[in-house]
Each structure stands twice: as structure tokens, then as C-alpha cells.
Design a protein around this ligand. Structure first.
Ligand code: AP5
Ligand code: MG
Ligand code: ZN
Length: 211
């Protein structure tokens, strides 16, 4: 199954992608994670991308399309995958189509802007395995430590209120048009995530996956 997860920053794409990955045994392809990894390695591409990310702006289409098209060639993609954070512009959606990828399902997770700001400014991410926590909503058992791998928890550089507001604006301008774009192919299913626990959202997702 080939799935796209649409949704504003903080809507829970990463959280749900990890659950779907476990359920269906298909990999998650997160362009955000891949770009952060490139930045951490200090590659020229990563450092350049890091500058856009810190401002909450999108990284140029050509860069992201290049990374995704390489990743999709890997053998573990054969059974399907979950695209988390890609495509994010109409140009990226068209590039994906031109790669010959036929998407089975587009899940659009919808969450109120106020809840998003609360989620992102409180998010903690494991620096080692990428697991997500929240200072109030998903508290780790031991402060500052990942439950699953023992890694240290860090706050993402773009999770401050000013950058989050800009990310939301960029989402509205550049990514929301994709809901209509995929709607034309009849493949979009909406999931309401406002005020719901990650488990409740996942139950709705499972229903839409037919499992
Ligand atoms: P990216 O890493 O994709 O970030 P994003 O889209 O801003 O989304 P987030 O990862 O912040 O949120 P999420 O929806 O995954 O939510 P999560 O599950 O973590 O992109 C970052 C940057 O990279 C972009 O700004 C851009 O610069 C660049 N980039 C990436 N892809 C690109 C592309 N295709 N083109 C161009 N540039 C690109 O949850 C958030 C928090 O809420 C967590 O703390 C979690 O524990 C908590 N939470 C989750 N679900 C719930 C719930 N139901 N109830 C309560 N809390 C919850
Ligand atoms: Mg994410
Ligand atoms: Zn971890």
C-alpha cells in the first residue's frame, strides 16, 4: 500500500506514520527526518536545507524531489510506503506522479491551529531513534530519556512559537492546495485529530486502512 500523510505541522503525521509502519510493515519516508539527518551530517545540501528549515520555509522542490526519488528506488519500498511530509507543493505532487508512483490512499489529518502550537512547542524528540514525546501529552517515563531506546530527548530547532506560526502559514499557502489536487482523484480521506489521543486517531486511521 502506498500512502501519503497530509496534515499541518504538528498534526501528528510522524506519530501516526510510526504506528502504520508497525501495523502494515511498510517503511516511513519522512523528508523532514531525511533533511535533519543531512544537516546533522554536515553535508552541503543538509546545511543549506537547515537554513530554510530554521525559518520554517520549505526547502526547494528540486532538492526534496531528488532525495525522495533516490529513496523510492530502494528494495524495501517494493511492498509500499508511507510518505510523511512529501509532497508538500503542487510541483512535488506532479513530480511524484511523473516518477510513475500510483498512490492508494491520501490521509489528511486535520487539527486546530491552537492545538498545533501547543503540541509543537512542547514536543520532545529522541535524538537517537526519532521517537516523539510531549512535555504534557506524552510524557516519557524518565525525564529527558527515550522510553524505547534510552536516547536523550531534544527540542527541534523549528519548534518555537514564531517559527511554528510561519510553518502554519507556509502550509496554508503551499500544501493545502494538495487536498483539492488529490481530491480530484478521489483518494483523500480526512481524519479529525483535534482533541483526540494518538490512539483514538490511530483507530480512525485503521478504519480507513480497512484493517
Ligand atoms: P517536517 O519534519 O515534515 O515537519 P512538519 O511538517 O512541520 O511536521 P512535524 O514533524 O512538525 O509534525 P507531525 O505532523 O509529524 O507531528 P508529530 O507526530 O511529530 O518538516 C520540517 C521542515 O523540513 C519543513 O518546515 C521544511 O523546511 C522541510 N521539509 C520537509 N519536507 C519538505 C518537503 N517535502 N518540501 C520542502 N521542505 C520540506 O506530533 C507533534 C507533537 O504532538 C509531538 O510532540 C507528539 O507527541 C504530539 N502529538 C501527536 N499526536 C497527538 C495527539 N493526538 N494528541 C496530543 N499530542 C499529540
Ligand atoms: Mg513529523
Ligand atoms: Zn529513542
Amino acid at each position: 500500500m502506498k500512502i501519503i500523510l497530509l496534515g499541518a505541522p504538528g498534526a501528528g503525521k510522524g506519530t501516526q506514520a510510526r504506528k502504520i509502519m508497525e501495523l502494515l510493515s511498510i517503511p516511513q519516508v519522512s523528508t523532514g527526518d531525511m533533511l535533519r539527518e543531512a544537516k546533522a551530517k554536515g553535508t552541503a545540501l543538509g546545511l543549506e536545507a537547515g537554513r530554510s528549515m530554521a525559518k520554517g520555509e520549505l526547502v526547494p522542490d528540486a532538492v526534496v524531489v531528488g532525495i525522495v526519488s533516490e529513496r523510492l528506488k530502494a528494495p524495501d519500498m517494493a511492498k509500499g510506503f508511507i510518505l510523511d511530509g512529501f509532497p508538500r507543493t503542487l510541483a512535488q505532487a506532479k513530480a511524484l506522479h511523473e516518477m510513475g508512483v500510483a498512490i492508494d490512499l491520501v490521509l489528511n489529518i486535520v487539527v486546530d491551529a491552537d492545538e498545533i502550537v501547543e503540541r509543537l512547542t512542547g514536543r520532545l524528540t529522541c535524538g537517537k531513534c526519532g521517537a516523539m514525546y510531549h512535555r504534557t501529552f506524552m510524557v516519557p517515563k524518565k525525564e529527558g530519556t527515550c522510553d524505547s531506546c534510552g536516547g536523550g530527548l531534544v527540542q527541534r530547532a523549528d519548534d518555537n512559537e514564531a517559527t511554528v506560526r510561519n510553518r502554519l502559514e507556509v502550509y496554508k499557502q503551499q500544501t493545502m492546495p494538495l487536498v483539492e489536487y488529490y481530491g480530484r482523484f478521489g483518494s483523500v480521506k480526512e481524519v479529525n485529530g483535534t482533541g483526540k489521543t494518538p490512539e483514538a486517531v490511530f483507530n480512525a486511521v485503521k478504519g480507513l486502512l480497512g484493517s
